[in-house]
Design a protein around this ligand. Sequence first.
Ligand SMILES: Cc1ncc(C[n+]2csc(CCOP(=O)(O)OP(=O)(O)O)c2C)c(N)n1
Ligand SMILES: [Mg+2]
Length: 628
Amino acid sequence: MLTRAGIDTDRQMRERARTIAAAGGVEQALANGLPKLAECTLSEALVLGLLKQGVRKYFAIFGHGSTDLGNVLRIYEEEGLTRTINCRNEVEMAHAATALRWQYGELSAVVTSIGPGAMQAFAGSLAAASNGVGVYHIYGDETTFGEGYNMQQVPKEEQGLFGRMTAVMGQSYVLHTPEALRDALRRGALCVNHPYRAGPFYLLLPLNTQPVKVSVNLAGLPARPALPKLAPADDKAIEQAAAMIARATKVVIKVGGGTRGHDEAVRRLAEIAGAAVVLSPGSTGVLPDAHAQNMHVGGSKGSISGNYAMAEAELLIVIGSRAVCQADCSGIGYKNAQAVININGDLADALHYNKTLALIGDISAVTDRLAAKLEKSPASANKKSWLRACADKKAEWAAYKRKRFECAPLRDDAWQKPVLSQPAAIKVVADFAKEIDATKFFDAGDVQANGFQIVEDDRTGDTFTESGASYMGFAPSALLASALVGKPRYGIAFCGDGSFMMNPQILIDAVQHGVRGMIVIFDNRRMAAITSLQVAQYQAEFRTNDRVAVDYRMLAAAVPGVMAISGGDSAISLRAALATAHRHDGLSVVHVPVYFGPDELGGLGAWGEWNVGNWCQDVQSRWIKQDL
Ligand SMILES: Cc1ncc(C[n+]2csc(CCOP(=O)(O)OP(=O)(O)O)c2C)c(N)n1
Ligand SMILES: [Mg+2]
């Protein structure tokens, strides 16, 4: 029951929302004469503060821990200021919010109840943290009076535990005191908009402070920060780097996920420096696939050419990479490197290796300065035989891949018939994505590893592979973002059978919110990436599959509005299915049985070292002996 005061609060809220909507935003409404001092609830003040930072979309699963905030979002949506996207799983919605920022640059917020909902969203936020993507997470929290345990709080005689937990992952703020909102949002704005280390910011919203009336100065709520690009103040280090590049005869540039969007600067430096370029899983496309100096991915999974260039180079230029195991072979990828030039905004990342000349700052700003210096005194003449050797390795990798792509269907034990190999099937879908200019999202497992070995991107943004956390279920959930933007790009989620079942909720949410996109399930009836690791390390599989043959087509078709079809067992049938699926005005699911087994042509191999399982001793003993 709404009390008299409650009715007044809602009325004032609606009037304020209407005024702001009519003006086109908080700043504009203030300029038009909206009083800067507002008396409103903390929940409304939070929505107003976030609105000022450009947050208009909320992914939500409400509970008793967020009803007051939910009421504000209802009224603000009715007045056209915000949009709330109700979801079926908090992990899924955390992924969708990550994708919305990552793919389209749009900042949004995830809203949960207290306890289990918050913990699920928190788990999902690992993907945002691992890939440096800024997202607000707003969780219900225990009451501040301490009148007794709140249902779903952490059951301990301790204060602020959700705040502490979330602070370990990113930054967090418990809105214990409503007036602290201004400080919370200032910290949040920097965290989610950080130029090179963005991540999730958690706002813990106690059940009893949400409805508290607070005097808020709308003019004083922090806006999105505008930050200038930074680069070294003088040319000393740039000149030193140019001289190192000129002297070396074998130079490799390792481009990490941070180089996304810096395509032009990377190409310019690579060409003038005569360097081989090796990609990370997250940076495919930064240099076009066919560029002569593009050696494809290198690292623990890697490629023939990428790992060759890494191992043989005497000078390593790292750009925008934080040296994760997949990218640097657990620290032993650069066996012959004598020195490192490291371009990064983050001091710690820039100094990851020894023998490093650190060029700190914005990647394009620094890389362009270095390229300009080299353009005045060319440095590539002594690197011709290096680039020739690299080109030979690239040709070897291309031939190796082609043989696997053209491999006829292989007889599979689980399917009891010949089916496509996973690489062959992924290649067909990746080519189709290129044809229709779709974005590719890769889920975890072999699908992800084969995926970044296969894709032939020509620019940043054609592939999103969540390789930071490799969170099973990311890819299908990420499709949801495209339903929420003005200019959506058609997306194809590449999923393993294991990954798809982690987050199948998109089947419902895609229909509810109007996703146009496709999920391709590469079904090898197991969690094959882990089976392969077990077999490679211990020569025995253990508990990575089950006996239950799921009919994914029927499962998906149970949701009205989803088109579910089979991709069949050949490249021809798969291509036909993709075309049919693409014509559907909504979400389609294409199910493709794929091979798992010992046939050498069924996989793309691993070309680097990895510090896991019973390989650790070997990898670590080599790591200890190397100086880098
Ligand atoms: C949520 C989550 N749980 C567990 C893992 C560990 N893991 C990585 S890949 C993988 C198996 C993936 O299986 P599937 O999606 O079927 O792909 P496949 O390797 O069979 O192609 C597992 C269990 C993970 N990355 N994410
Ligand atoms: Mg599988």
